[in-house]
Design a protein around this ligand. Structure first.
Ligand SMILES: [Zn+2]
Ligand SMILES: [Zn+2]
Length: 259
């Protein structure tokens, strides 16, 4: 019976989501969909204030920035301070990276479902996690910009997971979310299937700006789901920095990149 209720609930949720996006389009409207509050680890229902159930709270691999590089969050060696050697050689155009959890173990299942397997509802829990991390960090930003998908990817996935989280962050901190400003104009291969050199080539020139003067003098919070090699953040920032005053990169998770 419980399994039936769960399956029925998911079908209802997906139907509702597709219906609303079909009728109203994607922009902002997703904020008004009554997605349920679920645990970001196991997917079970939780209260409005929480993003993880009691038994999953201790399983969350939070990221600490102590002794970590400011721009990639990898551990610093004893000879490095603030920024690691790799980031010093090739300095990104964003000033800092903030990320909430390690992309590993328990977190992989829901993050993959969120990204690839039609579970937009997980953005509710991730957004709570994101807002808590940003509030604790205290970093300042004037607006939020999500890393965009190409039109083709958006069509096949049905939603941009980074936009869903970016919208909620903007709502919580009462700043605008510019979701039509940074555009992905190039169809790219899946970064996860490529090595570092191929990733850099793949994402090069993938983004452009519309009405860039809106960014003049602003401090942007650039939001993506997972930071792996950093190529996407670097490329998006290189386009935004021509107008923005400052960019802070933010992701829900950070994956260890295997060179
Ligand atoms: Zn749980
Ligand atoms: Zn670094």
């Amino acid at each position: 019976m419980l399994i039936f209720v769960e399956i029925y609930g998911k079908i209802l949720l997906v139907t509702m989501f597709l219906g609303v996006t079909f009728v109203f389009g994607f922009k902002d409207k997703l904020l008004s969909i009554p997605f349920p509050d679920t645990c970001i680890v196991c997917g079970k229902p939780v209260s409005k204030k929480e993003y993880a159930c009691f038994s999953c709270q201790k399983k969350i691999p939070y990221i600490s920035d102590v002794f970590k590089c400011r721009t990639c969050l990898s551990f610093l060696s004893s000879s490095e301070s603030g920024i690691c050697g790799d980031c010093l050689i090739k300095k990104p155009d964003y000033s800092r990276l903030i990320s909430c959890v390690e992309y590993e173990g328990y977190m992989k299942k829901t993050l993959r479902a969120f990204k690839f397997y039609n579970r937009p509802d997980y953005h509710i829990g991730y957004s709570k996690l994101a807002c808590e991390a940003l509030e604790r960090d205290g970093t300042y930003f004037d607006c939020v910009v999500p890393v965009p998908l190409s039109t083709k990817s958006l069509k096949s996935r049905g939603y941009n997971q980074s936009l869903l989280v970016a919208n909620r962050i903007a709502f919580y901190f009462d700043v605008p979310c510019f979701d039509d400003l940074l555009i992905k104009t190039k169809e790219t291969k899946k970064q996860s299937e490529l090595n570092l050199e191929q990733r850099m080539k793949n994402i090069k020139g993938a983004f452009s700006l519309s009405n860039p003067e809106r960014l003049n003098g602003l401090h942007i919070l650039l939001v993506d789901d997972i930071f792996t090699s950093g190529c996407t953040m670097r490329e998006a920032s290189s386009v935004l920095c021509k107008h923005a005053e400052n960019i802070t990169a933010f992701t829900i998770a950070r994956a260890k990149f295997k060179y």
